[in-house]
Design a binder for this molecule. Structure first.
Ligand code: SF4
Length: 425
């Protein structure tokens, strides 16, 4: 009989844990691989679907309280730009949001390199214009694909999209404790950490729903949804390892964003398998950053930038700094100059994100001109800076907009006609 499983959910178990489960059950060692393949590659949702296992073994697993632990898509909302916002529910009824961006999040180059790699090329503005024109073509094709039988040309465009830019943004906690003043998720507070299985489960659910499968389909992954991954460190690191080793997502295609949990940035640099690092900066001096991100009181800019300077980068790796521009607050030319001073000499790039507006957030979106001026000051100072195009703004899937929209969208009398729920999976 099977003893107490290390966890009752197969999703989230690594090779050693699955091998231990199989061994305790008195089954041959190769059963572990069969289970891992079924859970992480075929993305089954129940033990009954694991047809490679004998019926009797499956029944014993069920009796022992073992489940696959698959995440359930409770609802999904499709944006006019192709972005899909999923509401994903777990066994205890808690839910998080996970976002599928067929065109990427505008901050990644799509080939696994950060967009900052573009800066290595000689003509940034030309590549930007080309990217914009390709993007319009992609979006038009995706829209056609969604409404009618795709043409041969559409299929090839769709393939290219899938093979380079598609990005999944995943959550690491239910809610968030960090309290960034411009973020809708912060309004929820934190409810709980996600397990490694629940983090990986979001990815498996979206891959299955989108009918894509790494490594054949090249998928980018960003830990930029709800929560601060470095405040759920062990589960986040384990999930990253499972995503690389078991789901097949390339390590260089994953990026984790932290608000600046300095001791964990230092730990993270020592991990054998790790995504790339992004730091949510959002201010150019301590007074401003403490106002916008209260955690700056604990880990100030000197500590944060110090950890970034010490971070062991791999060949051709960059640190990404994210900077949400808030009109009239942190978007002055002087702020840009201060950012340039802070980051000088670091192998990094900056992603500029004009604030995504939302109810309950007391800041304004800056004008396009302000954004461009900010970008130019950074570039003139030799720092690669890119403007991230918001994805799924109309379905509240863009950066900093997750979760709260569930309540908003379902509250009586709230006219959110732009939300277009797709059929449940
Ligand atoms: S921006 Fe990120 S770290 Fe800050 S409150 Fe929102 S989810 Fe948390």
């Amino acid at each position: 009989m099977i003893g107490e499983p290390l966890t009752s959910s197969l999703l989230g178990m690594d090779r050693e844990e699955t091998a231990a489960l199989v061994s305790e059950a008195g089954e041959p060692a190769y059963r572990a691989k069969q289970i891992m393949d079924a859970v992480y590659r075929q993305r089954v949702e129940s033990l009954a679907e694991i047809s490679t296992l004998p019926q009797e073994f499956r029944e014993r697993l069920v009796k022992s309280g073992v489940t696959v632990g698959a995440a359930r898509i409770e609802n999904k909302f499709v944006s006019s730009d192709g972005t899909v916002r999923y509401l994903i529910a777990f066994a205890d009824g808690q839910s998080v949001e996970t976002v599928w961006m067929p065109e990427g999040d505008g901050g990644e180059a799509g080939d696994g390199s950060e967009a900052g790699a573009e800066a290595e090329g000689s003509n940034i503005s030309t590549s930007g214009a080309k990217a914009r024109s390709e993007e319009s073509e992609h979006i038009a094709a995706l829209k056609r694909c969604a409404t009618q039988n795709p043409t041969k040309k559409d299929r090839s465009v769709q393939d290219r999209v899938r093979q380079g830019r598609s990005t999944i943004c995943i959550s690491s906690q239910v809610g968030c404790a960090v309290d960034c003043q411009f973020c809708l998720t912060a309004l929820l507070g934190v409810k709980r950490n996600l397990t490694a299985g629940e983090i990986v489960g979001q990815v498996c659910a979206v891959l299955k729903d989108q009918k894509v499968s790494p490594p054949e389909d090249r998928i980018n992954l960003v830990f930029m949804g709800m929560g601060e991954p470095f405040l759920n460190y062990e589960n986040f690191v384990k999930a990253g390892r499972l995503l690389v080793e078991c789901v097949g997502i390339a390590e260089r295609r994953m990026t984790v964003s932290t608000a600046g949990i300095v001791p964990r940035i230092r730990d993270f640099g020592g991990e054998a398998i790790r995504p790339k690092l992004a730091i949510s900066l959002n201010a150019s001096n301590d007074a401003l950053r403490t106002r916008l991100m209260p955690l700056n009181k604990k880990w100030n800019l000197e500590m944060l930038i110090g950890a970034a300077r010490d971070f062991p980068l791999r060949t051709r790796e960059w640190i990404t700094f994210e900077y949400v521009l808030l009109g009239g607050v942190n978007d002055e030319p002087d702020n840009a100059k201060e950012v340039a001073d802070l980051l000088r000499g670091l192998r990094c790039k900056v992603n500029l994100i004009a604030l995504n507006p939302g109810p309950g957030i007391d800041f304004a979106t800056p004008s396009e001109e302000r954004v461009t001026t900010f970008q130019k000051i950074l570039r003139d100072a030799g720092i690669p800076a890119f403007v991230r195009r918001p994805r799924g703004r109309d379905i509240y899937a863009a950066c900093g907009q997750l979760k709260r929209t569930v309540e908003i969208a379902t509250s009586p009398g709230h006219a959110l006609q732009v939300l277009s729920p797709a059929p449940k999976s």
